[in-house]
Write a protein that binds this ligand. Structure first.
Ligand SMILES: CC(C)(COP(=O)(O)OP(=O)(O)OC[C@H]1O[C@@H](n2cnc3c(N)ncnc32)[C@H](O)[C@@H]1OP(=O)(O)O)[C@@H](O)C(=O)NCCC(=O)NCCSC(=O)C[C@H](O)C(=O)O
Ligand SMILES: [Mg+2]
Length: 287
């Protein structure tokens, strides 16, 4: 079972760690996880202050049972080492590293984490946001057990592909599916990229649904208004839970290798999927 089934990561909200209002507001937002950003959402002259804010937020114990992560700056930047040291000291649930492009980079990061004394329980989340990373996503995901989650960076991916954001992400479909395949092949959690237009509720809802259909475990978000949609969209619906229970009962009642439920064939593999749905629903209910 993946981390997602034990610890739901339906809604994962980014916020600039330089924005103290957002950091305060986040305490009351019902996101499953927060990404306290030190990278793209923070201007160069605010990096040091943002680093202190993120570390203080993690140490504060004021974010309830939310999964707390810090996104540090990339390994090739002047801020990376200081970010890593501050995150090591604060000990968030995970450190999110942007622009991870190779399995060797994962191994180097894990070695650096160990050297910096990052606590064992702090996991590595790797951002997949370039064409090269998409094509090597399975090797990246499998490089270390400490890497538990792949995070799609669709803004950078669009930039690197020299394309535009288009309806239904028609020009990203192959990349999204390759990333999901890589996560499933390596037993890791995978989070969809962000929807930039915080005023477009309809477009956002369609993208949540697309991510769910493609197999993502949850979605990264940029605004509090997006949390509710992701929490609902990546949770099994009441109908799905009822169907899962009914299917299991029908299979057990039949007492053979095959049964039907609502007219459809049911085998042991369908029972396994139904049990997974129930375990996700239980984990969400337990939050
Ligand atoms: C997108 C925003 C800049 C919009 O900000 P703003 O216009 O101020 O929003 P609102 O006035 O509607 O805000 C209402 C209140 O909500 C708080 N707020 C807003 N956003 C957040 C947030 N993300 N987390 C927590 N709280 C938030 C405001 O402070 C207001 O509070 P109050 O005044 O007390 O009522 C802004 O939403 C924003 O900065 N979003 C996050 C941007 C970010 O982190 N970007 C980096 C990651 S995206 C990315 O690039 C991923 C990847 O790398 C890729 O390549 O794709
Ligand atoms: Mg990015």
């Amino acid at each position: 079972m993946t981390e997602a089934t034990f610890r739901p990561l339906r809604s994962v909200l980014y916020m600039p760690s330089s924005n103290t209002r957002a950091l305060e507001k986040a305490k009351t937002i019902a996101a499953d996880a927060l990404i306290l950003d030190l990278e793209d959402a923070v201007a160069p002259d605010a990096k040091a202050e943002a680093r202190e804010n993120a570390a203080a937020a993690v140490s504060s114990g004021e974010y309830g049972n939310k999964y707390l992560t810090i996104r540090i700056n990339g390994a090739d930047t002047e801020w990376h080492a200081d970010d890593r040291a501050a995150a090591a000291k604060a000990g968030p649930d995970a450190i999110v590293v942007p622009k991870v492009n190779s399995p060797q980079q994962v191994l180097d990061l894990v070695a650096a984490f160990e050297q910096a004394g990052v606590p064992e329980q702090t996991k590595l989340w790797a951002m997949i946001e370039s064409p090269y990373a998409i094509l090597h996503a399975e090797e990246i995901a499998s490089a270390s057990e400490r890497l538990t989650v792949l995070v799609l960076g669709t803004n950078d991916l669009v930039k690197e592909l020299y394309v535009d954001h288009v309806p239904a992400r028609a020009n990203l479909v192959t990349s999204l599916q390759l990333a999901v395949l890589a996560a499933r092949a390596s037993g890791k959690v995978i989070l969809d990229g962000v929807y930039n237009n915080v005023k477009d509720a309809e477009g956002y809802a369609a993208e949540v649904e697309q991510g769910r259909i493609f197999g993502f475990d949850g979605k990264t978000l940029v605004h509090p208004s997006q949390v509710e949609g992701a929490n609902a969209g990546f949770a099994p619906s009441e109908q799905a839970v009822a169907d899962a229970k009914g299917l299991i009962e029908a299979f057990e009642a039949a007492g053979s290798g095959v049964a039907t439920y609502n007219g459809k064939m049911v085998e042991a593999l369908h029972v396994e999927s139904a049990k997974r749905v129930l375990s996700i629903a239980e984990a969400i209910a337990a939050l």
